[in-house]
Design a protein around this ligand. Sequence first.
Ligand code: NAG
Ligand code: NAG
Length: 343
Amino acid sequence: MALGRPCSWKRVFCLSAVLSFLFCCLFLLPNATHRERQASARFFAAWQGPSQRTHPVAAASAPGGVDFGPLFSGARSEPHCEPQQVLLILVTSAPGNAAPRQVIRKTWATQDRRQPYPWQAVFLIGQTTPEGSAWQVQQEQREFRDILVGNYLDTYRNLTLKVMHGLKWALERCRPSYVLKTDDDCFVNTEWLPEFLARRNAIKTGLYAGSLFPREKRQVIRHPSSKWYVSNQDYPPNEYPPYASGVGYILSLDAVRRIMQAAEHVRPIPVEDAYLGILAQRAGLRLQPSARFAKQNARWRLCNYRYLMVIHHLSAREQEAATQSVREARSACRETLEITQWK
Ligand SMILES: *[C@@H]1O[C@H](CO)[C@@H](O)[C@H](O)[C@H]1NC(C)=O
Ligand SMILES: *[C@@H]1O[C@H](CO)[C@@H](O)[C@H](O)[C@H]1NC(C)=O
């Protein structure tokens, strides 16, 4: 009876309409975005933000938050990343700073023994000219595979983009338990910090730790000639929320994720560490103030090296001396509260 139904032609028509719709969805539509994705890195596909922009956009002109797509565009070799690391150390550097990078590789970033608490250091560098990164940087990356080159002009006012690029890469490619952001004129206590994080740190999630700037140093600078100038339009309040000095701050991976989500909605400002504080506040993270991050390189006693995690402003010789000191301090100093706690 069903065979003889007069509406069977209708059925055939319906069926073919449904099939061609499915064909469109499966083959033609993804193809339309294919070329757009090809133009940028693999990350672009994972990035959920606006995908319409086709040219690099300077930090200040992004109307919403950070536009991550352009930062990753262009096929470049990425640094090597071991999975399951305790700590990834992101070191902001500049194309011309090959010498400090080499000192770091030979001092605190040396991995001459098997690491019981695996960690890795990666340098963050931008473009020398709008055409691309310096030839020397490409050579260096080929040799050491420890440089993350981003698609932004490497200027001080673009430091925020540099750090956002590094954190996004850490979150999506490297996935360590913790990230430390620091600079290439800093010493990092790789003798103790990875172990401290793995064995002693009690704040496993939502961690944002560093040296807190006092309130009077959190005033927004409105002199256009200052390198920390921020316009009223970019950030209306006169004071920044509590934030950690960019000399060194540590984030747990979940905190990085929450900060990256906030960055999609908060207009970037060129003061990188203050911007992190703004994002942390929006993400509901509270800064854990810590005296383990030294903004100055003072005349530290040997046992200070047992617990100091980051020290700012070291010459090549001082980097060597500090690396020696953290090793000596390990056997020479008693275990105190400073060694096992953030405060
Ligand atoms: C889809 O894109 C690929 C690569 O750009 C191309 O080779 C292929 O012919 C396209 N397919 C269709 C159905 O348009
Ligand atoms: C930041 O980088 C972008 C992209 O390369 C560039 O267009 C812009 O001029 C840079 N901004 C500053 C302030 O250097």
